[in-house]
Design a protein around this ligand. Structure first.
Ligand SMILES: NC(=O)C[C@H](N)C(=O)O
Length: 476
């Protein structure tokens, strides 16, 4: 179900960069500064959300604060290119677990990113303006807002749009910091870093009370990147993504021919077998064999970890096959049972995120294999995940493939009566007189030394608990 009476508990998660963070290079005063900054931005953004701010406005608020904070690699305190310049990138993306509605702010364009931006104080606000200014109305009429439907805009042109849209500019000195300059010089000379500065991008994912999700991400990029390099942060599907979809339960029958059933066979479900009855097990065996022969993969077993690979899976959101006497299959697709939505922001070696379309890979695992967001993120950005594997023999040597994701998943699935209070994804926390209160699931994972992160989670009595971490274990 998905309707306008549904209520959602606002939540958020922030990251402040992932990478080669080491305990012995993170002395307590430097740790405390990061922790205090993250805590302050977490609190003010959570307060905004609880006051009724939209997910987009709240996420942009959090990232604007991070852009002004020289501890983080974005806005003021951005890293330098090999030429000693600062070239910033930022992006926003929105979706909603409620029914699609192009009149919702940002929904028409969905994503906007700005590339190689200089001197704009808050690149994230430029991305937000670009998202909201579309140059046309939801029904396709021209709109004189100075915008366009382009999801990505770069360089001097987007800076002139920032002037047209009255965004704030700052001189080079505002962005320049001694620590980043020293890091740049040491990098050019091939010297080691004495301290664990925040390496990466910053990002924030918010869920608002209407079931909207927004992700905002901002970065100075990689230290000593080539001028003109474009990273994952402004590239949809690489460093960020947001998506919502309907989940079906099997009821209505659609005829499939042999060709399309080859794909569908990878999604045989054990749920809602109905008229398929006893032929299902036999069909599943046939399907596994046939898909294995098509893909060259061995049949998947229940013990296999989820993987971003062409392996077939047994679990899919509500598709069922029926073998007909003439050898065709019927694929049974269902009426919508609920909606799922996810949003995620990445940080780390953006070149690797680009090479494997990391954020969209996560979304595909959620949507096509019906995995919870946590499992999908683990599969791509966790230890031994797709990002790590993509580095091959260079893993642990060059920093290739290192990084992490934060995200929120929300679902309108209602647990079956007597099944307790949680569904597999997007828990329902409270049953109120006005209906269920849906709660998002915060997700975080990384494959490297650490990732600065802050989020809200439910305490033992359902109260909101602030969490701020950098390593896998608590900082001591
Ligand atoms: N330093 C970083 O990893 C920032 C960002 N992910 C990039 O590669 O541009």
């Amino acid at each position: 179900m998905s309707d306008s009476t549904a209520k959602f508990k606002p939540n958020l998660v922030i990251h402040g960069g992932a990478g080669v963070l080491q305990r012995d290079k993170l002395p307590p005063p430097l740790y405390e500064k990061h922790r205090a900054s993250l805590q302050s931005y977490l609190r003010s953004t959570h307060a905004l959300l609880k006051d009724g701010a939209s997910a987009l406005d709240a996420a942009v608020h959090a990232v604007s604060l991070l852009e002004d904070d020289e501890l983080f690699n974005c806005g003021r305190g951005s890293v330098f290119t090999s030429a000693g310049t600062i070239e910033m990138e930022a992006s926003v993306m929105v979706t909603s677990v409620q029914d699609p509605d192009d009149s919702r702010p940002g929904e028409l364009k969905k994503a906007a990113a700005v590339i190689n931006v200089r001197n704009v104080r808050h690149p994230i606000q430029l991305a937000r303006e670009s998202l909201l200014r579309t140059g046309c109305t939801p029904d396709g009429q021209p709109r004189a807002d100075g915008g366009s439907m382009h999801p990505q805009l770069a360089g001097p042109h987007v800076e002139s749009l920032a002037r047209d849209w009255d965004l704030e500019f700052m001189p080079d000195e505002w962005f320049w910091t001694q620590r980043r300059w020293d890091e740049h010089r040491r990098g050019l000379e091939g010297k080691d870093e004495p301290f664990s500065l925040s390496q990466g991008t910053v990002g924030c994912v918010c869920l608002d009370q209407w079931g909207n999700l927004a992700v905002a991400t901002s970065t100075g990029g990689k230290t000593n990147k080539m001028p003109g390099r474009v990273g994952d942060t402004p590239t949809p599907g690489a460093g960020f993504w947001a998506e919502a979809w309907d989940v079906f339960s099997p009821e209505e029958v659609v005829l499939c021919d042999e060709a399309c059933s080859a794909t569908a066979q990878a999604g045989v479900s054990t749920s809602g077998v109905g008229c398929l009855g006893s032929c299902l097990s036999q069909l599943k065996r046939q399907c596994r064999k046939r898909v294995a022969s098509i893909t060259g993969a061995r049949p998947r077993t229940r013990d296999d970890p989820p993987a971003y690979s062409p392996r077939p899976t047994e679990v899919s959101a509500g598709s069922v096959l029926k073998l007909l006497s003439d050898g065709q299959t019927q694929s049974s697709f269902a009426r919508r049972s609920h909606r799922r939505a996810i949003a995620l922001s990445g940080t780390g070696d953006g070149d690797a995120f680009l090479r494997i379309a990391a954020a969209h890979s996560v979304a595909s695992l959620c949507r096509l294999q019906n995995l919870p967001l946590a499992r999908s993120v683990q599969s791509v950005a966790g230890l031994h995940g797709a990002l790590q594997r993509s580095a091959g023999a260079r893993w642990g040597i060059t920093g290739e493939g290192e990084g992490g994701f934060i995200g929120i998943e929300i679902s309108t699935a209602v647990p079956a009566a007597g099944s307790g209070s949680s569904s597999s994804v997007g828990r329902v926390e409270l049953e109120t007189e006005k209906g269920p209160l849906y709660c998002g699931q915060v997700v975080l994972d990384f494959n490297c030394g650490g990732m600065w992160r802050a989020w809200i989670e439910p305490g033992p009595n359902g109260e909101d608990v602030e969490r701020i971490m950098v390593f896998r274990e608590e900082y001591k």
